[in-house]
Write a protein that binds this ligand. Structure first.
Ligand code: NAI
Length: 777
């Protein structure tokens, strides 16, 4: 090429990054790795090869972790944990700081190894993944320093089992290891089978940081190894990966008492309004769907573009796609690298080839060999099409048009996922009107795929639950210091041999949609006092009653839009009305339970209503200081419909303690009162009826906890289910909740002190939505 030709074409020449250092590192280990357990590498054993997807070259062999390997690693982590937790926050902070410094120091080697193992462009591993990794350790060094003073009532969980995917191997490791260690836990981590190498290099780096042995353990292997870790005696599973495996893990950990966070898939909408800065929106789209070959859980994979600009937008987009450079990921000029593995490539190819849409593939040369797939745009699909609904996890964008903002929101939310969403418009009113309406854990305004350790990341619905990053992320690695004693199932008082002559029949109904309703089955059961007096009958709700109550709760969702001040006023009003009838309630509680503490329970219930009335307008979100031109707003949003099996032994206080935080935060609820002592709750209808609570905000279905737990847990339209029942239903609740991955909060058969710690209850009643908005210079 002559100089003139070079100037005319202005094309990029190759700018390869050297992989010599990475090759040396592999050679030093004879390209064969064991696990990293208790501060040592084990001898390499039978396993599999990990390959460079861009070339097909075998990089190394790694060991397939057996259940015995997992057990050894968990035992090492268990031994190391008390000492690690006993360190001061400052001492732990110093280790995390050392990890931050060392990941920076070895950034080039880590980035090159990541690119070789995963296929992602070096530009990304060097400029995005690695800086975010170091930032994560720095940020968590800070949390380690501050946590003991800021969260004195919390303790580490113990040993964390982490299972991570292959799309951001080292970054996902950092997202799990940093908070786990900062909180005083030790960890056993299983990297994905396609990309184990940077985790092993990180293990070596942890030795350089002087991390005590057993604090960090890495066991390599495939899904079987992951399943063995899930089954091992750990205290928490932190998982990132596919929704199907997430659901399997939800079922496998049900009833074990293991804490769980799931970061799963998505089909995130990328909404472009007709007043958007189109060139910026196109550049954003390149980052949304062609970053990391589209193998990003929050990829903006579903373009929704306003009809008027759609033809022009698609035209410009195609031109931009044609300009993307695909090829050797180690070449610094490359935009799109290799897909992680031939299996993933075959999946993407199969899904696209089966599509009925109009397919546009970028007109750009593909390397002759390796796992490459061209940037692709598919139009002409309906919102129900498979590719509109399912995660492709490749460089494939699907596009639809919309006419009005309301339609954009409807289409955006028409998915079983709820991970992320992007909005492009120059109209700040429109952006800020749309952001709260999107069902997603993260919303980017006029930007996309921004991440930071300070800003919570995580999803709703079938994208999983839990947040990573920020204080909210740290909380997922801590538990309250106080732990309850085993709870004995509470039984109703039996019918006496010679019952007193019944007074006038009083059969309490259910309370659904603001009205008292007969149970669908028409059944009720007598409720006896301990002295054998018939106190009345309580309705026995069934699956249909639950369905009706959930429908009523959905119909009342406008509650979320009322002001926090208005919600507080209603809670105060309830307290006032309960107070006016305090004596009657105290008597009822004495009659029901035989305990003399009726007055105290009523007084505590009134106090609790005041507490959450007070919190209604004070449980604020935050504006996170993120190192970009913008702020990340952590908004506290209601979960939606919360159902609760109320505690048995505090029939009024238990119900109020669950209802009040739920409705204070804007949720509507379906409550199943104390199973043996339901009549305090049915008396409470009158308080609800006289306190201006809108119909459907609180619904109460009396009945057997054991019978109602299943329809509640399996219900697709319940967003969170809490159980403080003394019936042993925690396992069933967690297991069945896998249907729609609703959030659960259960007592695992342990007694809970009521009233609850308000911040814990408020955190359970809210989702943190992180909204990134441009701000300042
Ligand atoms: P996957 O969910 O099977 O793998 C993720 C991790 O889970 C890996 O470490 C794997 O070894 C482990 N694993 C697999 N089965 C397990 C089990 N039963 N118990 C415990 N751990 C288990 O994802 P895969 O098969 O690699 O990719 C399939 C699809 O999943 C992708 O096409 C994509 O749609 C989605 N995916 C989503 C990710 C996300 O970040 N949301 C990440 C990876 C995959």
């Amino acid at each position: 090429m002559t100089i003139k030709e070079i100037f005319d074409a202005m094309s990029y020449g190759p700018a390869p990054e050297s992989n010599a250092e990475a090759k040396d590192w592999l050679a030093r280990h004879a390209a064969a790795f064991g696990h990293f357990i208790d501060g040592q590498f084990t001898k390499p054993a039978a396993g599999f090869a990990t390959r460079n997807p861009a070339t097909g070259e075998t990089l190394a062999t790694v060991t397939q972790g057996t259940a015995a390997d997992v057990a050894t690693a968990v035992a090492a982590a268990r031994r190391a944990q008390p000492k690690w937790a006993a360190l001061s926050g400052h001492q732990r902070a110093k280790y995390l700081y050392a990890l931050a410094r060392l990941t920076q120091k070895h950034a080039r080697l880590l980035a090159v190894l990541e690119t070789m193992d995963n296929g992602k462009p070096i530009r990304e591993s060097r400029d995005i993944d690695l800086p975010l990794v170091s930032r994560h350790f720095y940020y968590h060094a800070g949390l380690a320093q501050l946590a003991p003073a800021e969260l004195p009532d919390h303790a580490p969980l113990g040993v964390v089992g982490a299972v991570i995917p292959w799309n951001f191997p080292l970054l996902m490791l950092a997202w799990k290891v940093a908070p786990a260690l900062a909180a005083g836990n030790t960890i056993v981590l299983k990297p994905a089978e396609y990309t184990p190498l940077t985790a092993l290099l990180f293990a070596e780096i942890s030795r350089e940081a002087g991390l005590p042995k057993g604090v960090l353990n890495i066991v390599t292997g495939d899904g079987d190894t992951g399943a063995a870790l899930v089954a091992a005696p750990v205290d928490k599973i932190a998982f990132t990966g596919s929704t199907s495996v997430g659901k399997a893990i939800r079922r496998a950990t049900a009833g074990t008492g293991k804490a769980l966070t799931l970061e799963l898939g998505g089909k995130s909408p990328y909404i472009v309004f007709d007043d958007a800065d189109i060139d910026s929106a196109i550049e954003g789209l390149v980052d949304a769907i062609w970053f990391n070959q589209g193998q990003v859980c929050c990829a903006g994979s579903r373009l929704l573009v306003q009809e008027g600009i759609a033809p022009r937008f698609h035209e410009k987009l195609k031109r931009r796609m044609d300009g993307l450079r695909i090829g050797d990921p180690l070449d610094k000029c490359i935009d799109v690298g290799a897909v992680v593995d031939p299996i993933q490539l075959a999946t993407i190819t199969g899904m696209v080839d089966a599509s009925e849409g109009e397919i546009y593939r970028a007109d750009t040369p593909l390397p002759a060999q390796g796992c490459f797939y061209p940037p692709t745009l598919i139009t002409g699909l309906s919102s129900a099409s498979r590719l509109m609904q399912e995660e492709i996890f490749g460089p494939v964008l699907v596009s639809m048009t919309f006419r009005t903002p309301a339609e954009a929101v409807e289409l955006a939310n028409n998915t079983r996922y709820g991970l992320a969403a992007t909005v492009w418009t120059e109209n700040v009113n429109l952006a800020l009107d749309i952001a709260p309406k999107l069902k997603a854990g993260v919303v980017w305004v006029n930007a996309t795929n921004l991440f930071d350790a300070a800003a919570g990341f995580g999803g709703l619905r079938e994208s999983g639950f839990g947040r990573e990053g920020g204080w909210e992320g740290l909380m997922a690695y801590l538990k309250p210091r106080a732990s309850g004693k085993p709870l004995k199932p509470a039984a109703p008082f039996p019918e006496p041999a010679t019952p007193e002559a019944p007074a006038l029949d009083r059969t309490a109904k259910l309370f659904i949609g603001g009205k008292q309703a007969r149970p669908d089955g028409g059944y009720s059961r007598p409720v006896w006092s301990p002295k054998g007096r018939l106190l009345g009958h309580a309705g026995l709700g069934n699956r249909k009653d639950i369905r009706n109550a959930v429908e009523a709760a959905h119909a009342a969702k406008g509650w979320a839009k009322t002001t926090a001040h208005a919600r507080a006023q209603i809670l105060y009003y309830m307290a006032e009305n309960l107070s006016a009838r305090a004596e009657e309630f105290a008597r009822r509680l004495r009659d029901l339970t035989g305990r003399s503490s009726g007055e105290a329970e009523v007084a505590q219930s009134i106090d609790t209503l005041f507490t959450y009335a007070a919190w209604a307008d004070k449980y604020d979100g935050a504006a996170k200081s993120v190192p970009i031109r913008g702020v990340a707003l952590a908004m506290h949003e209601p979960c939606g419909v919360i159902a609760a099996l109320c505690p048995d032994d505090a029939p009024l206080l238990g119900l109020v303690s669950l209802m009040a935080p739920a409705i204070a935060m804007g949720n509507t609820c379906v409550l199943v009162p104390s199973d043996p002592f339901p009549l305090a709750a049915t008396d409470f209808y009158q308080v609800l009826e006289t306190s201006d609570v809108p119909a459907g905000v609180v619904n109460i279905v009396t009945g057997s906890h054991a019978e109602l737990a299943k329809p509640l847990a399996g219900h697709m339209d319940i967003d969170a289910l809490w159980s403080f029942s003394s019936s042993p239903v925690s396992k069933l609740v967690e297991e069945e909740s896998a249907t729609n991955l609703k959030r659960t909060w259960v007592n695992h058969g342990k007694a809970t002190a009521f009233p609850l710690a308000p911040r814990s209850a408020l955190a359970q009643a809210t989702e943190v939505k992180t909204i990134w908005v441009p701000y300042g210079e």
